[in-house]
Ligand binder design. Structure first.
Ligand SMILES: Cc1cc2nc3c(=O)[nH]c(=O)nc-3n(C[C@H](O)[C@H](O)[C@H](O)COP(=O)(O)O)c2cc1C
Length: 327
């Protein structure tokens, strides 16, 4: 199963194993790609089990920068370094996707030098706490439009740098997840309340990105589909959200956790978000990726055979061992 080809959008992947985004902290203080970062990706791109690498979350504007050492895609000056990165990945015949992120209230003003912003003036319920703990300023409608534009400009830079697609980050308690989760969105305007309203910013971003990159370019979205917390987003929300996001024009859905981030309390089994991915996969036509706790090819095969997902992300195993399952 893992070695079966699959088409996502206009891309053909040679296998079902994807390296999901993992922040290395190896960029310079101003977010420029370094040789150490290129080495990190080169050795992993060489792993013949992988068909695609989604590179670590890159900030689309300074206000959305999560931490020092994070990669930038916020300015045209970043294109040169990012081109070196996509060359490293393409050398081994695999696809490269750029993850685009705005940290929202998970940012630190001492890093960005700017005000902390979010959907609502709420401290995140994550544990440990993310960001510097200040109550964020509520984004105005004009500022939301500006963020959609910034995602589109970042996507255009990714395309110029040779990436095969982009992934919009809406998981792990970052800005778009802050809009999606009822635990962090108390807005009373058209960006809050119903699920459709909580996904309005996503719709505007997807439309802006699509207008910038064209129809023959992969747009994936990483959805923190369920918070797995009392009062938070649920698997039912994830199913409805997946249908809406598909109708907004994404080509692939990458599922992970919301306010629980990328792990799940009291769960360590392979594919610990599979209850969500099973339900979502049944509801949409586009390929669904499942990540979390998968350590071997055999485990990935089993999840694919069980129709839990179309693609499997393997993160920490590849972080520990670039030659994962080749020896
Ligand atoms: C060090 C580290 C950095 C991560 N950085 C990101 C990131 O930049 N963007 C993202 O969406 N997920 C990030 N993740 C989550 C991974 O993509 C993945 O979902 C998680 O590690 C669970 O999968 P695994 O059990 O195969 O490791 C990170 C995980 C780790 C361990």
């Amino acid at each position: 199963m893992v070695r079966e080809k699959i088409n996502i959008g206009t891309l053909e992947l040679k296998s079902r194993i994807v390296m999901p985004p993992m922040a290395t902290g190896l960029s310079t203080e101003d977010g420029t790609v370094t040789d150490a970062l290129l080495d990190f990706y080169s050795v992993r791109a060489e792993n013949p089990n992988i068909s695609m690498i989604i590179t670590e979350h890159s900030y689309i504007t300074m206000q959305g920068k999560a931490r020092t050492g994070q990669m930038s895609i916020a300015s045209d000056g970043d294109i040169e370094g990012l081109s070196r990165l996509t060359e490293c990945i393409h050398k081994y015949g695999i696809k490269a996707v750029a993850q685009l992120n705005h940290a929202g209230s998970a940012a630190f003003s001492k890093v960005t030098g700017m005000e902390i912003v979010s959907a609502s003036p709420v401290i995140l319920p994550t544990s440990p706490m993310m960001g510097d703990g200040t109550v964020p300023k509520t984004l105005s409608k004009d500022e939301i439009k500006g963020i959609a534009e910034a995602f589109a400009f970042a996507a255009s830079r990714a395309k110029k740098a040779g990436y095969d697609g982009v992934e919009i980050h809406s998981a792990h308690a970052y800005l778009l997840n802050q809009f999606y989760s009822p635990l962090s969105n108390y807005r009373e305007d058209e960006y809050g309340g119903s699920l459709e309203n909580r996904l309005r910013i996503h719709k505007e971003i997807i439309e802006a990105v699509r207008a910038e990159v064209g129809t023959d370019y992969l747009i994936a979205l990483r959805l923190g589909g369920s918070d797995y917390m009392r009062g938070g987003s649920t698997i039912e929300d994830a199913v409805c959200a997946a249908r809406l996001l598909e109708s907004y024009g994404i080509d692939m859905l990458d599922l992970s956790g919301g306010m629980c981030r990328y792990t799940r309390k009291d769960h360590s089994e392979p594919g610990y978000f599979q209850d969500m991915s099973y339900a979502v996969r049944k509801a949409v036509e586009i390929p669904v990726m499942l990540t979390g706790g998968i350590k071997t090819i055999a485990e990935a095969d089993k999840l694919l055979e069980d129709h839990a997902a179309d693609l499997i992300g393997v993160g920490r195993e590849l972080l520990k061992n670039a030659a994962w399952e080749t020896e």
